[in-house]
Design a protein around this ligand. Structure first.
Ligand code: LIP
Length: 268
């Protein structure tokens, strides 16, 4: 059944708040990883699973014909043309260590494109939201990407994958970029990085090796706030190759990242 983006967004926000309350309670209790996934440092907790179960149950109640893709295994085909894409805790390592900067990320796609999304930065109490064509907000107030126009003054967020063999190269890319930009921020959750880009807390962002659930909501929020997103190679953004920037720095930053990767891979 067709739905207005505003209705879908309200549902995403409401469920993100409820899941966020669960996480806020859980962060004050003993936490432990119950399983690792792609590597020994790619961890999952019972709270990741409980959060995804809660979100899936609320979505099933409200939109039983929609599809669902969740990081921790939730998967429903659906028949409505809408699919919900969920990261029940984005920044699981932050959550496990009691760091700030973990989030609930809930997006809904229509025919493969995000049409509404909400990211709740739990410890900051900041709910970032956007609907396609409707702009982006933080706690209901409009947000916009920064006006920075000089890459040398750009504050850039990034993240690293879990596979040891890739992390060395990713570290080399950062080392090559550092003299060319203001500074790097590694905050630990792609959705929070993208929302930071959306509200001008960073001027740029890049990362390789993400998944759809990491970027489905934050990517919409960033573009609705006026940021530009693309792939490091120069095409449209994709989870495996993501770069974003304020309009004044995007293309130069993308080019710098691509150049740094090429030199790092060549051992130059
Ligand atoms: C995280 C991403 C982050 C990346 C981390 C991790 P998770 O997702 O959001 O950008 O750098 O390594 O993959 O695993 O916490 O949901």
């Amino acid at each position: 059944m067709d739905a207005q983006p505003a209705e879908l967004l309200a549902l995403a926000e409401s469920i993100a708040r409820e899941a966020g309350e669960m996480l806020r309670d859980a962060v004050d209790r003993p936490r432990e990883a119950v399983e690792t996934k792609s590597s020994a440092t790619d961890m999952v907790t019972e709270v990741d699973r409980a959060s995804e179960e809660l979100i899936a149950a609320r979505l099933r109640e409200a939109r039983p014909d929609d599809g669902l893709l969740g990081e921790e295994g939730a998967s429903v085909e659906g028949t409505s043309g809408y699919r919900w894409v969920v990261d029940p805790i984005d920044g699981t390592t932050n959550f496990l260590y009691g760091h700030t900067g973990f989030a609930v990320s809930i997006a809904v796609e229509h025919e493969g494109e995000s049409v509404a999304g909400a990211v709740l930065d739990v410890m900051a109490g900041e709910l970032f939201s956007a609907s396609k064509g409707g702009g982006a907000t933080r706690n209901g107030e409009p947000i916009a990407a920064s006006g920075e126009r000089e890459v040398s003054k750009a504050l850039v967020a990034t993240g690293f994958g879990f596979s040891p063999e890739h992390r060395g190269l990713q570290g080399e890319v950062v080392a090559r970029l550092l003299p060319r930009i203001r500074d790097i921020r590694r905050m630990g959750a792609a959705s929070v990085d993208l929302c930071s880009l959306a509200c001008g807390r960073v001027d740029g962002y890049f990362e390789r090796g993400l998944n759809r659930w990491d970027v489905a909501a934050g990517g919409l929020i960033a573009t609705e706030a006026g940021a530009i997103l693309g792939s490091i190679e120069g095409g449209p953004p994709e989870p495996r190759s993501m770069v974003g920037g304020a309009p004044g720095v995007f293309e130069e930053l993308r080019s710098l990242v691509a150049e740094a990767e090429e030199k790092a891979e060549a051992g130059g």
